[in-house]
Design a protein around this ligand. Structure first.
Ligand code: NDP
Length: 606
């Protein structure tokens, strides 16, 4: 392959699948560790300062003791799209509670240099048509996405009633009054007839449990709390001038590091990238949006058409054209065409899985070959190659990340799957060698797989004192991923047990938001005080989900990571972390019919 940005693999040489599989296993085994998820540190006690908000000062205010119609916990996309649909439905009294200092959720916190969406803006950014925004790039950068969130907040009048820098601490159903009591860390104790929550799957930063982490005497921060006072520069890309004389370490090479390393490489006197497992880095091909082209697509209903087209292409449904054409749709279209090459008599589950895995071997060979075409130092190039199936870890797409290793400032410190050995007062130790640095940036990700109440910061007490943590003790239980029996007038906004469309999370959220708005409006219009999911409907939904065919995702040979519980045996509840068996397209169609029918099948209104 000569063109580093070419995806054409028509002339790829045949390869030895068994040898590659053995290499995958070898690399996975290096990375396996007995402590699994416990290897990470929770940011509490002396580490709690890593959570402080560097962006917005906290403003004193009087505690709220009033009553609202709907309270929404979380001011990211989930809260914004649900708030928007509720306002459109005529529910004026919506209060969003948010731990950050403004709307935006992940885009409020993640202001690291280079942050941008990884799914095309036209489908990733919600409510574009409603608020009349044209994304300026195919993959918009974080400041534009944050500004879009603020725009939604203003457009739907969600600011007036919002409570920022506010964390829910207690959420309790008051059966006598058919309402929820909400208590927060700001002394609020107010009630809401309905409560919904979209707290996001990846919002609690974590640190690696490296011995000595608390001994470091230099500066340090987590990527989701970027310290521009220290680095200089700003999220819009102004150069980080304060790093010109600094030796900086970044720990981690996941999707976040991939986006900020190119900027650090340009700014730092020396940048040391500490790698445990390389990410797969495919082509990005970002480009500015041509307003004339945009005018040709932006006729009424355009975003819904694009959403459906993306989801159809990405999840293997038949779609004649690919409007979005990005790394995600390319990945699925390749798999589908590989399966379509099978003879009719070979269309068995086993053969289809084999075709899926062949397509993956080809793709990963291409991704590894791309490293050689870009990275000049051959031993660094070798260390940057990912040896696992692409969907074992979050696929990454970037056109400057690999190039950063050609900068004289930048050095990859590969830990051969072992991670950083120790942190000292002055720096980091790998393989017995100490690397002194001025600053450590932790691109070490977010808690996944820890208990819901630990990540949310509260438990929920439903009917008859039932705690959500107990009700979900053996695994998550819902219908549509939205309603939970025993928790009247409460709704969740998230993908699991619904479409479970991971390549474009906001699509799941907007559909859930619509559903909740329609359901609440029905209750309000008809004077119902309570909405509750029937237990039989919840059982039937779980029964349906558990009979899904095997998913074509990462294999058991996958390298450890948050996608597979760090390579440990999945918890018994993990089997419930699934989506609608017929796939996201079928789910969205089903949910639309469920809403439109006006029957609200499974729910009891009282
Ligand atoms: P990740 O969890 O993906 O990455 C954490 C990194 O830290 C990994 O490279 C991990 O290595 C490394 N690490 C952990 N412990 C150690 C250790 N002891 N020594 C050395 N390295 C260590 O976090 P990210 O913040 O990168 O991404 C999290 C998720 O956020 C993504 O998967 C994605 O879903 C989302 N995201 C989305 C973006 C977008 O849409 N634009 C951009 C950025 C993030 P190892 O791989 O070996 O565990």
């Amino acid at each position: 392959m000569t063109d580093a940005n070419s995806n054409n693999n028509a002339n790829a040489a045949p390869f030895d699948k068994e040898a590659i599989r053995q290499k995958y296993l070898l690399e996975r085994d290096k990375r396996l560790r007995a402590d699994g998820n416990n290897q990470y540190l929770e940011l509490k006690d002396q580490l709690a300062h890593y959570l402080e908000d560097p962006y917005t000062p906290i403003v004193e205010r009087q505690p709220k003791t009033d009553h609202v119609t709907v309270a929404f916990i979380g001011g990211g996309f989930a809260g914004l799209v649900t708030g928007a649909r509720l306002k459109e439905a005529g529910v004026a009294d919506v209060r969003i509670l948010e731990k950050g200092g403004d709307f935006g959720g992940t885009w409020y916190w993640n202001r690291y240099p280079g942050a941008q969406c990884d799914t095309a803006s036209f489908v990733y950014m919600p409510l574009l048509e409603e608020v009349g925004h044209m994304p300026t790039e195919k993959y918009a950068h974080a400041p534009e996405i944050l500004a879009h969130c603020q725009h939604i907040g203003r457009h739907y009048d969600l600011y007036d009633n919002a409570l920022f820098h506010t964390e829910v601490k207690q959420l309790e159903w008051q059966a006598a009054d058919n309402r929820w009591l909400i208590k927060t860390n700001r002394g609020d104790a107010f009630t809401a007839q309905f409560v919904a929550m979209g707290t996001g799957p990846l919002h609690v930063p974590k640190l690696p449990g490296i011995p000595g982490i608390e001994d470091f005497k230099g500066h340090s921060f987590h990527t989701s709390r970027w310290d521009y006072d220290y680095t200089g520069g700003d999220p819009t890309g102004a150069p980080m001038v304060n790093l010109a004389g600094k030796r900086v370490a970044i720990i981690g090479t996941g999707a976040t590091a991939v986006q900020c390393v190119p900027h650090l490489a340009k700014a730092c006197k020396e940048l040391l990238v500490f790698q445990r497992t390389p990410s797969s880095i495919d082509i990005r091909n970002n480009k500015p949006t041509d307003p004339e082209w945009f005018a040709t697509i932006a006729s009424e209903g355009w975003q819904q058409r694009w959403l459906e087209n993306f989801t159809a292409n990405q999840t293997g449904s038949l779609a004649t054209e690919d409007l979005v054409m990005d790394g995600w749709t390319d990945l699925s279209r390749r798999i589908r065409s590989k399966i379509m090459e099978l003879k009719p008599e070979d269309m068995t589950q086993a053969k289809m899985m084999e075709a899926f895995s062949d397509s993956d071997y080809e793709k990963m060979a291409e991704i590894r070959a791309r490293v050689d075409t870009i990275v000049k130092d051959s031993s660094t190039a070798e260390q940057l190659k990912a040896w696992y199936q692409q969907l074992c870890k979050r696929p990454c797409f970037h056109d400057d990340y690999l190039q950063a290793y050609n900068e004289p400032s930048t050095r990859l410190i590969d830990t051969d799957g072992q991670g950083v050995e120790r942190i000292t007062a002055n720096g980091l130790v790998v393989d017995g060698v100490e690397y002194p640095v001025d600053c450590i940036i932790y691109a070490s990700g977010f808690e996944v797989g820890t208990e819901f109440k630990r990540r949310a910061g509260f438990d929920m007490t439903g009917r008859d004192g039932l705690k959500l943590s107990d009700y979900w003790g053996q695994g998550m239980r819902t219908k549509h991923g939205i309603h939970v029996h025993g928790f009247p007038n409460a709704f969740l906004v998230q993908p699991t047990q619904g479409a479970n469309l991971i390549s474009n999370v906001p699509h799941n959220l907007t559909e859930a938001g619509k559903t909740i708005a329609v359901t609440i409006k029905h209750a309000l219009d008809n004077g119902f005080k309570e909405i509750e999911l029937n237990r039989a409907a919840e059982d039937a939904w779980l029964e349906l989900l558990l009979h899904a065919p095997p998913r074509m995702t990462g294999s058991p040979d996958c390298t450890p990571g948050y996608y597979n519980n760090e390579g440990q045996t999945p918890s018994p509840g993990a089997k419930y972390h699934v989506g609608y068996p017929a796939g996201p397209m079928a789910y969205f169609k089903y949910l639309d019919e469920w809403r439109q029918s006006g029957q609200f099948e499974g729910l009891a209104f009282r």
